[in-house]
Design a protein around this ligand. Sequence first.
Ligand SMILES: [Zn+2]
Length: 486
Amino acid sequence: MLVFSGLSHAQSIDWCATPDSTTSTNYPQSTDPAYFDTQPPKLYNVVFRPIYGQEGYFDETGQSFVSEEDALIATANLNREFNQFNIFFKYRGVEPIINQDFVYVSLGVNNDYLDCPPSNYGDYSSFTVSNAISNHLNIYIPLNGCGFSGSYSPDNSIATVRYPRLKEYHLLHEIGHIFGLGHAWSGYTNTGQDSDGTWRCERVTRDVTQLDEYNADRKGDDVKDTAAIPKFNRPHNGLNNNVNANCVYVGIGEDCGMSLYNIPPDEKGTLNFMSNGSECPTSGLDPGKTGFSIGQGVRMRGKINDPALATFFAAFEESDFSSLYQPYRGEYAEVYYPYSSIERPLFQPGFDYKFVKCYGDYPQPSNYNEAFNYDGQQVIKDIDKFESDFSAIYHPDGTAVRIVQLDNVIGLNPQSCFNTDWFATKGLTKRFHDNQVNNNYTITIKDEQEISDPNLIDDLAPGLYVIEKEYEDGSIEQTVILKDNE
Ligand SMILES: [Zn+2]
Protein backbone atom coordinates (compact mmCIF):
# COMPACT_ATOMS: atom_id res chain seq x y z
CA MET A 1 0.00 0.00 0.00
CA LEU A 2 1.11 3.50 -0.66
CA VAL A 3 1.41 5.64 2.43
CA PHE A 4 -0.09 9.07 2.09
CA SER A 5 1.56 10.82 4.98
CA GLY A 6 4.55 11.79 2.91
CA LEU A 7 2.59 13.32 0.09
CA SER A 8 1.38 16.58 1.53
CA HIS A 9 4.75 18.17 0.88
CA ALA A 10 4.52 17.68 -2.86
CA GLN A 11 5.74 20.84 -4.51
CA SER A 12 7.40 19.72 -7.68
CA ILE A 13 5.83 18.60 -10.92
CA ASP A 14 8.47 15.87 -10.96
CA TRP A 15 7.71 14.66 -7.49
CA CYS A 16 7.77 10.95 -6.96
CA ALA A 17 4.73 9.94 -4.95
CA THR A 18 6.69 7.38 -2.95
CA PRO A 19 7.38 8.50 0.62
CA ASP A 20 10.87 8.15 2.07
CA SER A 21 11.46 4.87 3.77
CA THR A 22 12.18 5.02 7.45
CA THR A 23 13.24 1.44 7.92
CA SER A 24 16.61 0.13 6.98
CA THR A 25 17.08 -3.34 5.54
CA ASN A 26 20.42 -5.02 5.92
CA TYR A 27 21.09 -5.88 2.31
CA PRO A 28 24.70 -6.44 1.20
CA GLN A 29 26.96 -3.43 0.68
CA SER A 30 29.57 -3.50 -2.04
CA THR A 31 30.97 -1.10 -4.59
CA ASP A 32 32.78 -3.77 -6.59
CA PRO A 33 31.41 -4.30 -10.14
CA ALA A 34 32.68 -7.89 -9.94
CA TYR A 35 29.95 -8.51 -7.37
CA PHE A 36 27.48 -9.03 -10.21
CA ASP A 37 29.52 -11.92 -11.59
CA THR A 38 28.28 -13.87 -8.59
CA GLN A 39 24.66 -12.98 -9.25
CA PRO A 40 22.62 -15.19 -11.58
CA PRO A 41 21.03 -13.30 -14.46
CA LYS A 42 17.37 -12.44 -14.07
CA LEU A 43 14.88 -11.74 -16.83
CA TYR A 44 11.60 -9.96 -16.09
CA ASN A 45 8.51 -9.41 -18.23
CA VAL A 46 7.35 -5.84 -18.62
CA VAL A 47 4.02 -4.71 -20.07
CA PHE A 48 2.84 -1.14 -20.68
CA ARG A 49 -0.69 -0.09 -19.68
CA PRO A 50 -1.73 3.27 -21.11
CA ILE A 51 -5.04 4.42 -19.69
CA TYR A 52 -7.44 5.53 -22.42
CA GLY A 53 -10.65 7.43 -21.83
CA GLN A 54 -12.58 5.29 -24.26
CA GLU A 55 -12.00 2.79 -27.02
CA GLY A 56 -10.30 4.30 -30.05
CA TYR A 57 -10.17 7.73 -28.50
CA PHE A 58 -7.02 8.55 -26.67
CA ASP A 59 -7.23 12.09 -25.38
CA GLU A 60 -9.39 15.12 -25.93
CA THR A 61 -7.27 16.28 -28.86
CA GLY A 62 -7.61 12.91 -30.56
CA GLN A 63 -3.91 12.30 -30.10
CA SER A 64 -2.85 8.79 -29.32
CA PHE A 65 -0.25 8.19 -26.70
CA VAL A 66 2.06 5.36 -25.69
CA SER A 67 2.94 4.02 -29.11
CA GLU A 68 4.82 0.78 -29.47
CA GLU A 69 7.91 2.89 -30.13
CA ASP A 70 7.43 4.77 -26.85
CA ALA A 71 7.22 1.49 -24.95
CA LEU A 72 10.24 0.05 -26.77
CA ILE A 73 12.29 3.14 -25.90
CA ALA A 74 11.24 2.81 -22.26
CA THR A 75 12.18 -0.89 -22.24
CA ALA A 76 15.51 -0.11 -23.89
CA ASN A 77 16.20 2.45 -21.16
CA LEU A 78 15.52 -0.23 -18.56
CA ASN A 79 17.85 -2.73 -20.19
CA ARG A 80 20.66 -0.26 -20.83
CA GLU A 81 20.62 0.68 -17.15
CA PHE A 82 19.89 -2.65 -15.43
CA ASN A 83 21.92 -5.04 -17.60
CA GLN A 84 25.10 -3.99 -15.73
CA PHE A 85 23.55 -5.68 -12.68
CA ASN A 86 22.64 -8.84 -14.60
CA ILE A 87 18.98 -7.77 -14.68
CA PHE A 88 17.13 -7.95 -18.01
CA PHE A 89 13.67 -7.01 -19.28
CA LYS A 90 11.55 -8.64 -21.96
CA TYR A 91 9.19 -6.27 -23.73
CA ARG A 92 5.71 -7.85 -23.66
CA GLY A 93 3.76 -5.19 -25.45
CA VAL A 94 1.36 -2.31 -24.95
CA GLU A 95 -1.97 -3.36 -23.41
CA PRO A 96 -4.24 -0.33 -23.16
CA ILE A 97 -6.88 -0.18 -20.50
CA ILE A 98 -10.08 1.82 -20.81
CA ASN A 99 -11.12 3.95 -17.86
CA GLN A 100 -12.02 7.59 -18.24
CA ASP A 101 -11.69 8.26 -14.51
CA PHE A 102 -7.94 7.71 -14.55
CA VAL A 103 -6.75 9.34 -17.75
CA TYR A 104 -5.59 12.00 -15.33
CA VAL A 105 -4.47 10.91 -11.89
CA SER A 106 -4.30 13.49 -9.14
CA LEU A 107 -2.87 13.59 -5.67
CA GLY A 108 -5.21 16.50 -4.99
CA VAL A 109 -2.35 18.88 -4.40
CA ASN A 110 -0.33 21.03 -6.77
CA ASN A 111 -2.60 20.50 -9.71
CA ASP A 112 -0.05 21.63 -12.27
CA TYR A 113 -2.07 20.72 -15.33
CA LEU A 114 -5.32 21.61 -16.91
CA ASP A 115 -8.06 19.08 -16.34
CA CYS A 116 -6.63 17.87 -13.08
CA PRO A 117 -9.44 16.10 -11.28
CA PRO A 118 -9.89 16.21 -7.53
CA SER A 119 -7.74 13.72 -5.72
CA ASN A 120 -8.36 10.26 -7.13
CA TYR A 121 -5.10 8.56 -6.25
CA GLY A 122 -6.55 6.17 -3.69
CA ASP A 123 -9.14 4.83 -6.13
CA TYR A 124 -6.54 4.78 -8.87
CA SER A 125 -4.16 2.75 -6.75
CA SER A 126 -6.83 0.09 -6.14
CA PHE A 127 -7.70 0.13 -9.84
CA THR A 128 -4.10 -0.61 -10.84
CA VAL A 129 -3.91 -3.55 -8.48
CA SER A 130 -7.20 -5.12 -9.55
CA ASN A 131 -6.45 -4.71 -13.27
CA ALA A 132 -2.80 -5.77 -13.30
CA ILE A 133 -1.75 -8.44 -15.77
CA SER A 134 -0.28 -11.24 -13.71
CA ASN A 135 3.29 -12.47 -14.25
CA HIS A 136 4.35 -9.06 -15.54
CA LEU A 137 5.79 -5.85 -14.29
CA ASN A 138 2.87 -3.52 -15.09
CA ILE A 139 3.80 0.04 -16.10
CA TYR A 140 0.62 2.14 -15.89
CA ILE A 141 0.66 5.34 -17.88
CA PRO A 142 -1.98 8.00 -17.27
CA LEU A 143 -2.04 10.76 -19.86
CA ASN A 144 -0.88 13.01 -17.07
CA GLY A 145 -0.36 13.04 -13.35
CA CYS A 146 -1.28 15.97 -11.20
CA GLY A 147 1.19 16.68 -8.42
CA PHE A 148 3.43 13.74 -9.17
CA SER A 149 5.34 12.09 -12.00
CA GLY A 150 5.51 8.53 -10.85
CA SER A 151 4.81 6.09 -8.07
CA TYR A 152 5.01 2.41 -7.34
CA SER A 153 3.07 -0.06 -5.34
CA PRO A 154 5.47 -1.78 -2.92
CA ASP A 155 3.57 -5.04 -2.59
CA ASN A 156 2.82 -5.38 -6.27
CA SER A 157 4.83 -5.41 -9.45
CA ILE A 158 3.19 -2.12 -10.46
CA ALA A 159 4.65 1.26 -11.31
CA THR A 160 3.03 4.41 -12.63
CA VAL A 161 4.69 7.03 -14.77
CA ARG A 162 2.76 9.90 -16.28
CA TYR A 163 3.06 9.88 -20.05
CA PRO A 164 5.30 12.97 -20.46
CA ARG A 165 7.94 11.23 -18.32
CA LEU A 166 7.72 7.68 -19.68
CA LYS A 167 10.91 7.91 -21.74
CA GLU A 168 12.86 9.86 -19.15
CA TYR A 169 14.64 8.84 -15.97
CA HIS A 170 11.40 8.78 -13.99
CA LEU A 171 10.57 5.24 -15.11
CA LEU A 172 14.04 4.08 -14.02
CA HIS A 173 13.42 5.77 -10.67
CA GLU A 174 10.15 3.93 -10.04
CA ILE A 175 11.51 0.56 -11.13
CA GLY A 176 14.48 1.28 -8.85
CA HIS A 177 11.97 1.52 -5.99
CA ILE A 178 10.45 -1.84 -6.93
CA PHE A 179 13.92 -3.35 -6.77
CA GLY A 180 14.56 -1.94 -3.32
CA LEU A 181 16.09 1.51 -3.74
CA GLY A 182 15.16 4.44 -1.58
CA HIS A 183 15.50 8.10 -2.40
CA ALA A 184 19.09 9.33 -2.35
CA TRP A 185 17.96 12.29 -0.26
CA SER A 186 16.16 10.12 2.27
CA GLY A 187 16.27 11.74 5.70
CA TYR A 188 18.14 14.86 4.58
CA THR A 189 15.83 17.12 6.55
CA ASN A 190 16.91 15.32 9.71
CA THR A 191 13.33 14.57 10.59
CA GLY A 192 12.93 10.85 9.90
CA GLN A 193 13.95 8.38 12.56
CA ASP A 194 15.04 4.79 12.27
CA SER A 195 13.52 2.07 14.41
CA ASP A 196 16.37 2.42 16.92
CA GLY A 197 15.42 6.05 17.46
CA THR A 198 18.46 7.50 15.70
CA TRP A 199 18.15 10.16 13.02
CA ARG A 200 17.92 8.96 9.47
CA CYS A 201 20.23 11.72 8.28
CA GLU A 202 23.23 10.71 6.16
CA ARG A 203 26.51 12.56 6.70
CA VAL A 204 28.65 13.86 3.85
CA THR A 205 31.91 12.18 4.81
CA ARG A 206 32.97 9.02 2.95
CA ASP A 207 36.01 8.54 5.20
CA VAL A 208 35.26 5.38 7.15
CA THR A 209 37.91 6.27 9.78
CA GLN A 210 35.79 9.22 10.86
CA LEU A 211 33.92 6.97 13.22
CA ASP A 212 31.91 9.71 14.83
CA GLU A 213 30.60 10.96 11.50
CA TYR A 214 30.65 8.19 8.88
CA ASN A 215 27.23 6.58 8.48
CA ALA A 216 26.79 6.30 4.70
CA ASP A 217 26.37 2.53 4.83
CA ARG A 218 23.34 2.64 7.12
CA LYS A 219 21.68 6.03 6.77
CA GLY A 220 19.89 7.95 4.07
CA ASP A 221 19.37 5.51 1.23
CA ASP A 222 21.47 2.77 2.92
CA VAL A 223 23.82 2.79 -0.05
CA LYS A 224 27.34 3.84 0.77
CA ASP A 225 28.55 5.01 -2.63
CA THR A 226 25.78 7.49 -3.38
CA ALA A 227 26.55 10.96 -2.07
CA ALA A 228 24.60 12.47 0.79
CA ILE A 229 22.28 14.87 -0.98
CA PRO A 230 19.35 17.13 -0.20
CA LYS A 231 16.36 17.50 -2.47
CA PHE A 232 17.86 19.68 -5.15
CA ASN A 233 14.77 21.70 -5.84
CA ARG A 234 14.08 22.81 -2.27
CA PRO A 235 15.61 25.28 0.08
CA HIS A 236 17.33 23.54 2.98
CA ASN A 237 18.70 25.19 6.13
CA GLY A 238 17.26 28.27 4.49
CA LEU A 239 19.79 27.89 1.69
CA ASN A 240 19.58 27.14 -1.99
CA ASN A 241 20.21 23.51 -2.89
CA ASN A 242 19.83 23.62 -6.62
CA VAL A 243 21.74 22.00 -9.43
CA ASN A 244 22.23 23.97 -12.63
CA ALA A 245 21.24 23.07 -16.17
CA ASN A 246 24.47 21.10 -16.64
CA CYS A 247 23.60 18.95 -13.65
CA VAL A 248 26.36 20.51 -11.58
CA TYR A 249 25.52 21.03 -7.95
CA VAL A 250 25.71 24.75 -7.20
CA GLY A 251 23.96 24.78 -3.85
CA ILE A 252 25.57 25.63 -0.53
CA GLY A 253 23.52 23.40 1.73
CA GLU A 254 24.79 21.42 4.70
CA ASP A 255 24.06 17.99 6.03
CA CYS A 256 22.58 17.50 9.49
CA GLY A 257 26.06 17.87 11.00
CA MET A 258 26.71 21.15 9.20
CA SER A 259 29.16 19.68 6.68
CA LEU A 260 28.84 21.24 3.24
CA TYR A 261 27.43 18.84 0.68
CA ASN A 262 29.95 17.43 -1.77
CA ILE A 263 27.91 16.10 -4.70
CA PRO A 264 29.57 14.88 -7.90
CA PRO A 265 27.90 15.42 -11.32
CA ASP A 266 27.62 11.70 -11.97
CA GLU A 267 25.66 8.59 -11.04
CA LYS A 268 26.64 8.96 -7.40
CA GLY A 269 25.29 12.49 -7.24
CA THR A 270 23.23 14.76 -9.43
CA LEU A 271 22.73 12.24 -12.26
CA ASN A 272 21.45 9.55 -9.96
CA PHE A 273 18.01 8.27 -10.87
CA MET A 274 17.01 8.18 -7.20
CA SER A 275 17.95 11.81 -6.62
CA ASN A 276 15.48 14.42 -7.71
CA GLY A 277 17.21 15.73 -10.77
CA SER A 278 14.29 17.51 -12.34
CA GLU A 279 16.83 20.13 -13.35
CA CYS A 280 18.70 17.38 -15.23
CA PRO A 281 16.20 16.28 -17.86
CA THR A 282 18.40 13.58 -19.37
CA SER A 283 19.67 12.49 -15.99
CA GLY A 284 21.95 9.50 -16.43
CA LEU A 285 20.36 8.32 -19.66
CA ASP A 286 22.91 9.68 -22.13
CA PRO A 287 25.20 7.20 -23.91
CA GLY A 288 28.23 6.45 -21.78
CA LYS A 289 26.49 7.50 -18.59
CA THR A 290 24.42 5.71 -16.02
CA GLY A 291 22.11 6.88 -13.30
CA PHE A 292 22.61 3.98 -10.90
CA SER A 293 25.68 3.46 -8.74
CA ILE A 294 27.30 0.09 -8.22
CA GLY A 295 26.17 0.18 -4.61
CA GLN A 296 22.58 0.65 -5.71
CA GLY A 297 22.89 -2.32 -8.05
CA VAL A 298 24.19 -4.44 -5.18
CA ARG A 299 21.26 -3.34 -3.03
CA MET A 300 18.82 -4.29 -5.81
CA ARG A 301 20.37 -7.73 -6.04
CA GLY A 302 20.03 -7.91 -2.26
CA LYS A 303 16.30 -7.36 -2.54
CA ILE A 304 16.00 -9.91 -5.35
CA ASN A 305 17.83 -12.42 -3.15
CA ASP A 306 15.71 -11.68 -0.07
CA PRO A 307 14.05 -15.04 0.74
CA ALA A 308 10.96 -13.20 1.99
CA LEU A 309 10.47 -11.76 -1.51
CA ALA A 310 11.26 -14.83 -3.60
CA THR A 311 7.61 -15.34 -4.55
CA PHE A 312 7.17 -11.67 -5.40
CA PHE A 313 10.03 -11.62 -7.91
CA ALA A 314 9.41 -15.11 -9.27
CA ALA A 315 5.92 -14.04 -10.33
CA PHE A 316 7.18 -11.84 -13.18
CA GLU A 317 10.45 -13.60 -13.90
CA GLU A 318 11.21 -15.67 -17.01
CA SER A 319 13.20 -18.75 -16.12
CA ASP A 320 15.18 -18.91 -19.37
CA PHE A 321 16.26 -16.33 -21.92
CA SER A 322 14.64 -17.81 -25.01
CA SER A 323 12.06 -15.03 -25.17
CA LEU A 324 14.74 -12.44 -25.94
CA TYR A 325 15.33 -14.28 -29.23
CA GLN A 326 11.67 -14.12 -30.17
CA PRO A 327 10.61 -11.11 -32.22
CA TYR A 328 8.10 -8.70 -30.72
CA ARG A 329 6.61 -8.23 -34.21
CA GLY A 330 6.97 -9.51 -37.74
CA GLU A 331 7.17 -13.08 -38.95
CA TYR A 332 9.57 -15.56 -40.43
CA ALA A 333 8.96 -16.25 -44.11
CA GLU A 334 10.69 -18.05 -46.96
CA VAL A 335 10.84 -14.89 -49.07
CA TYR A 336 10.25 -11.19 -48.36
CA TYR A 337 9.10 -9.56 -51.57
CA PRO A 338 9.51 -5.82 -51.96
CA TYR A 339 6.29 -4.03 -50.89
CA SER A 340 5.08 -7.24 -49.31
CA SER A 341 2.90 -6.87 -46.25
CA ILE A 342 4.95 -9.52 -44.50
CA GLU A 343 7.13 -7.75 -42.01
CA ARG A 344 10.54 -9.05 -41.07
CA PRO A 345 10.99 -10.30 -37.48
CA LEU A 346 11.95 -7.41 -35.21
CA PHE A 347 13.95 -7.60 -31.98
CA GLN A 348 13.55 -5.16 -29.11
CA PRO A 349 16.07 -2.27 -28.98
CA GLY A 350 18.47 -1.69 -26.10
CA PHE A 351 20.86 -4.60 -26.67
CA ASP A 352 23.96 -4.98 -28.83
CA TYR A 353 23.10 -7.55 -31.50
CA LYS A 354 25.47 -9.41 -33.79
CA PHE A 355 23.77 -11.29 -36.62
CA VAL A 356 26.27 -13.90 -37.79
CA LYS A 357 26.24 -16.22 -40.77
CA CYS A 358 24.65 -19.57 -40.01
CA TYR A 359 24.09 -22.73 -42.04
CA GLY A 360 21.39 -25.34 -42.39
CA ASP A 361 17.73 -25.37 -43.29
CA TYR A 362 16.04 -23.39 -40.50
CA PRO A 363 13.19 -21.39 -42.00
CA GLN A 364 11.24 -21.27 -38.72
CA PRO A 365 14.06 -20.59 -37.28
CA SER A 366 15.99 -23.04 -35.06
CA ASN A 367 14.77 -23.63 -31.51
CA TYR A 368 16.41 -22.14 -28.45
CA ASN A 369 19.67 -23.94 -27.64
CA GLU A 370 19.43 -26.09 -30.78
CA ALA A 371 22.87 -26.75 -32.28
CA PHE A 372 23.64 -25.47 -35.78
CA ASN A 373 26.68 -24.45 -37.79
CA TYR A 374 27.66 -20.80 -37.80
CA ASP A 375 30.60 -18.52 -38.39
CA GLY A 376 30.95 -16.13 -35.45
CA GLN A 377 33.48 -14.05 -37.35
CA GLN A 378 31.15 -13.38 -40.24
CA VAL A 379 28.95 -10.63 -38.83
CA ILE A 380 26.28 -9.81 -41.39
CA LYS A 381 24.75 -7.05 -39.30
CA ASP A 382 25.88 -5.23 -36.18
CA ILE A 383 23.34 -3.35 -34.06
CA ASP A 384 24.29 -0.99 -31.25
CA LYS A 385 22.28 -0.81 -28.02
CA PHE A 386 21.60 2.85 -28.79
CA GLU A 387 20.23 2.11 -32.28
CA SER A 388 17.28 4.46 -32.74
CA ASP A 389 16.00 3.15 -36.09
CA PHE A 390 14.04 0.20 -34.76
CA SER A 391 13.16 -1.03 -38.26
CA ALA A 392 16.86 -1.82 -38.68
CA ILE A 393 16.79 -4.37 -35.86
CA TYR A 394 15.35 -7.19 -37.96
CA HIS A 395 16.59 -10.74 -38.31
CA PRO A 396 18.30 -11.14 -41.71
CA ASP A 397 17.90 -14.39 -43.60
CA GLY A 398 20.93 -16.63 -43.28
CA THR A 399 21.91 -15.43 -39.83
CA ALA A 400 21.75 -16.36 -36.18
CA VAL A 401 21.69 -13.73 -33.46
CA ARG A 402 24.08 -13.10 -30.60
CA ILE A 403 23.00 -10.67 -27.88
CA VAL A 404 26.28 -9.33 -26.53
CA GLN A 405 24.79 -8.48 -23.12
CA LEU A 406 24.03 -12.20 -22.69
CA ASP A 407 27.60 -13.37 -23.38
CA ASN A 408 28.07 -14.06 -19.68
CA VAL A 409 24.66 -15.66 -19.42
CA ILE A 410 24.44 -18.17 -22.23
CA GLY A 411 27.94 -17.93 -23.70
CA LEU A 412 29.08 -16.62 -27.05
CA ASN A 413 26.94 -18.98 -29.10
CA PRO A 414 24.36 -17.28 -31.26
CA GLN A 415 20.78 -18.49 -31.16
CA SER A 416 17.91 -18.83 -33.56
CA CYS A 417 19.44 -19.66 -36.94
CA PHE A 418 17.08 -18.34 -39.59
CA ASN A 419 18.09 -19.65 -42.99
CA THR A 420 15.91 -20.31 -46.02
CA ASP A 421 18.27 -20.44 -49.01
CA TRP A 422 20.69 -22.98 -47.69
CA PHE A 423 21.22 -24.86 -50.96
CA ALA A 424 24.46 -24.11 -52.71
CA THR A 425 23.73 -23.83 -56.43
CA LYS A 426 27.19 -24.86 -57.53
CA GLY A 427 30.75 -25.14 -56.31
CA LEU A 428 34.11 -26.75 -56.69
CA THR A 429 36.91 -28.48 -54.85
CA LYS A 430 40.48 -27.34 -55.31
CA ARG A 431 43.12 -29.92 -54.35
CA PHE A 432 46.66 -28.72 -53.55
CA HIS A 433 49.02 -31.54 -54.53
CA ASP A 434 51.99 -30.30 -52.48
CA ASN A 435 49.82 -30.06 -49.35
CA GLN A 436 50.42 -26.31 -49.30
CA VAL A 437 48.55 -23.46 -50.94
CA ASN A 438 50.41 -22.79 -54.19
CA ASN A 439 49.80 -23.01 -57.92
CA ASN A 440 49.99 -26.76 -58.09
CA TYR A 441 46.33 -27.67 -57.78
CA THR A 442 43.46 -29.35 -59.57
CA ILE A 443 39.94 -27.98 -59.70
CA THR A 444 36.88 -30.25 -59.80
CA ILE A 445 33.63 -28.48 -60.67
CA LYS A 446 30.60 -29.67 -58.70
CA ASP A 447 26.98 -29.21 -59.70
CA GLU A 448 24.14 -28.40 -57.28
CA GLN A 449 23.62 -31.97 -56.21
CA GLU A 450 27.32 -32.82 -55.88
CA ILE A 451 28.28 -29.73 -53.86
CA SER A 452 25.44 -30.35 -51.37
CA ASP A 453 26.30 -34.03 -50.98
CA PRO A 454 26.66 -34.67 -47.22
CA ASN A 455 29.43 -37.21 -48.03
CA LEU A 456 31.44 -34.69 -50.04
CA ILE A 457 34.27 -34.38 -47.51
CA ASP A 458 34.23 -38.03 -46.47
CA ASP A 459 34.73 -39.07 -50.07
CA LEU A 460 37.78 -36.89 -50.64
CA ALA A 461 41.20 -38.56 -50.84
CA PRO A 462 43.71 -37.44 -48.20
CA GLY A 463 45.22 -34.03 -48.94
CA LEU A 464 44.76 -30.27 -48.69
CA TYR A 465 41.61 -28.79 -50.26
CA VAL A 466 39.64 -25.61 -50.59
CA ILE A 467 35.93 -26.26 -50.98
CA GLU A 468 33.97 -23.42 -52.54
CA LYS A 469 30.18 -23.21 -52.34
CA GLU A 470 28.17 -20.61 -54.20
CA TYR A 471 24.69 -19.80 -52.92
CA GLU A 472 21.57 -18.43 -54.59
CA ASP A 473 22.30 -14.90 -53.41
CA GLY A 474 25.72 -15.03 -55.09
CA SER A 475 27.63 -15.28 -51.84
CA ILE A 476 30.58 -17.65 -51.88
CA GLU A 477 31.76 -19.65 -48.92
CA GLN A 478 35.27 -21.07 -48.86
CA THR A 479 36.35 -23.79 -46.46
CA VAL A 480 39.90 -25.13 -46.09
CA ILE A 481 40.05 -28.86 -45.38
CA LEU A 482 43.15 -30.87 -44.50
CA LYS A 483 42.13 -34.48 -44.90
CA ASP A 484 44.50 -36.76 -43.00
CA ASN A 485 45.51 -40.28 -43.84
CA GLU A 486 43.47 -42.47 -41.53
ZN1 LIG B 1 10.63 7.95 -5.62
